[in-house]
Design a protein around this ligand. Sequence first.
Ligand SMILES: [Zn+2]
Length: 437
Amino acid sequence: MSNKLSILKYYLTFRYRRFHSRKELTEFQQKKIRSHLRLITEKSLFYHIYRNKELQDFPVIDKKIMMDNFDIINTVGINKDDAAAFAIDSERTRSFSPELHNITVGLSSGTSYSRGIFLVENTEKEKWAGFVLAKFLKRGIAAKYNVAFFMRANSNLYESVGSRNIHFEFFDIYADLSENLKKLNNFDADIIVAQPSLLLMIAEEINQGRLSVHPETVISIAEVLEKEDEKILRSAFGTDVIHQVYQCTEGCLAATCRYGTLHLNEDIVHIEKEYLDDKRFIPIITDFERTSQPIIRYRLNDVLVEKKNTCPCGCVYTALEKIEGREDDIFEMEGNDGQIVKIFPDFIRRCILFSGEITDYRIQQMPDGSIQIFADIDDDRKTRVREEFEKMSIDKGFRLPPIRFNAYSYDKSRKLKRVEKVTSLINYSDMCPELNP
Ligand SMILES: [Zn+2]
């Protein structure tokens, strides 16, 4: 089957697949998982000993286990050193079309500083393309679209989506911003895809009257989209919703529906929930479409927040309130009783938001436990932020660490994280930007 026909087939599958109940979805998943595990235990050395076992008998793995066992987990006979050398080389030369044995190899730093390598086969790419098109092409696949795609690196993963109707224009985020904006001004984009930090810069240009764009769809990728930033974007772009794709090396995990609610993509991934409180959980994912690099019971380090109310779209997939951030970014405070008190990024964020008007900000907990706030705010506002932190420390029972204020700054080669725990200063300054799928 030709590449395009295959994408069309997946497009139709994802566009028209409907489940009427959770029960129907669960039965579908069970069937998919059974045949997937049968295939993987045959082809992957790592999983061979689990043949004929049920999913719950498989080990829960993480990025470290995946990377340590890369050669025996993958089913396409690629070894880690070759894959790493190949991926680094194509990124350095900024040429992203070559493939290693017909497999796309990419690097991802994620946000947890250790390098991950991912493999994607052509058929998996076509499925991915079909999936994305099915989710976001409002006027169907036969209409014409101009898609402006801002990313760290052009990958042949995305080029597979292009066709006669669908014109992709890639904007390298390392290129000069004014050049990118000039290009965008002339492009007439129907769909703009970028990380929130970049969307905010574009929004600012629109608000200043220097840029004229009228996209029907705006899609936020790669970084957490904060609610307050979403509001700014909706008003600047004049759209009802800002769509989101929650995607990582390990797969495409969630996408927004027409109401802007993030739903887990439970028709391609099975997700076990490790609850942290009554609505926050860490996902353990099994991707039953991914065969070259199997993702089976893979524990991510993201904290997701479940939505308690049902979404009006009627979709049976789990609805999310938001992606809260990385598990690594939960602040750790010294409790009054000497125990560690964990504070979710959301509570940290509120200390800024409750203290006055929204401005750009970043809050970091440093390795010594102290808190650094980067924001251009006056002394009154600083006092109010401090008061919010004090209130929280009383509510949650911890000793307030020193708080320092700095001017706002943000290195655009890194992912924007409003709330971040810095674990090591060495890794922090050494971290190099890498391909973000
Ligand atoms: Zn929905």
